[in-house]
Write a new protein. Structure first.
Length: 318
């Protein structure tokens, strides 16, 4: 999750929005993450209809709660509730926030995650104390047991994503996580950790990013489309890009005026929910794009909260 401490007044965002897309509000909701109290470091998970109506805080707990994944009507989130501050573990609930439970004792990094086989197994970025950091683990969601998948001390592995068939994992990687002169790129490997290969290469002649910027991150597999999307800070702004699974074709995905960050595809591949923000970082909001027409609708209001981030599609609770 992003944590920005500079305080600015809220401004109107200069985003180009055409005719607003019609949205089927029936089966799915959008879950997203809100900083509700900066002084208390209190983040909660909210949900809304995909037309932006019906916003509701479903975690409502004085912890750091942040969702990174949903499967059908199950919503998975990291939380430090009952733990030392910002010691994250995996929890799950439904789209109403009903009966949240801890899933595993595997300590987690602050990272996106993914599941396969009907959400019976999850891939996460995890840690073991202070010695093992930013490595990938597999968690059996029925037993909570985990096993380490990567073992490269000093390297960064984060934001792992299973391919639609569950046979491969895409992830952000850099060999030396402490080296600020080296940037992360997307890599892909077989789900057993073998056959690793690079997908993206950040343009090293681009000097507009900061060391902490997302250079390639939070990959999302576009449903029904043979490409992977990700955010990257290039040419002075954060934008969405795409790459094919073999790495042979790469391109800029969208042309929005605002910075684009974490995003999610609707299960039918028609809609993109995107976190967008202005250059001064005065507000982070959730927008919905019809991918075919490129029509955009703003779903959140900065008058409510400054930070509204990282959308995830989730089915309504049964």
């Amino acid at each position: 999750m992003k944590r920005i401490t500079l305080l600015f007044s809220l401004l109107f965002l200069p985003v180009t929005i055409g005719a607003q897309p019609e949205v089927n509000t029936g089966e799915y909701l959008i879950a997203y993450n809100v900083l509700v109290d900066n002084e208390k470091d209190d983040y909660d998970v909210w949900v809304m209809n995909i037309d932006g109506s019906g916003k509701k805080n479903i975690t409502n707990h004085p912890d750091v709660a942040w969702t990174y994944f949903a499967h059908d009507d199950e919503l998975f989130f990291i939380s430090d509730r009952g733990k030392p501050k910002r010691n994250y573990y995996l929890f799950k609930t439904d789209a109403t926030g009903n009966s949240p439970i801890q899933v595993s004792e595997q300590r987690l990094e602050d990272s996106w995650m993914s599941a396969r086989n009907g959400a019976s197994e999850m891939v996460v970025a995890g840690r073991i104390g202070d010695e093992v950091r930013m490595q990938l683990f597999l968690i059996d969601l029925e037993t909570g047991k985990s096993r380490q998948l990567t073992n490269e001390k000093g390297a960064l592995h984060r934001d792992p994503l299973f391919s639609p068939d569950g046979k491969q994992i895409v992830y952000a990687y850099k060999p030396d996580r402490m080296n600020r002169e080296v940037y992360e790129d997307l890599w892909i490997m077989d789900a057993d950790g073998t056959n690793r290969r690079r997908l993206t290469t950040y343009p090293m002649d681009d000097k507009t990013s900061q060391w902490h910027s997302y250079h390639a991150g939070a990959p999302r597999w576009a449903p029904g489309r043979n490409f992977i999307t990700y955010q990257s800070f290039q040419k002075g702004k954060s934008s969405l890009f795409a790459v094919t699974p073999d790495g042979k074709k790469q391109w800029k995905l969208t042309e929005n005026e605002l910075n684009e960050g974490w995003h999610a595809w609707s299960p039918d591949g028609k809609w993109l929910a995107i976190e967008m923000y202005d250059d001064e970082n005065t507000e982070f909001g959730i927008y919905l794009m019809n991918f075919d027409t490129k029509e955009v609708k703003k779903l959140t209001d900065p008058k409510d909260f400054r930070f509204q981030q990282a959308p995830v599609f989730v089915k309504r609770a049964r």
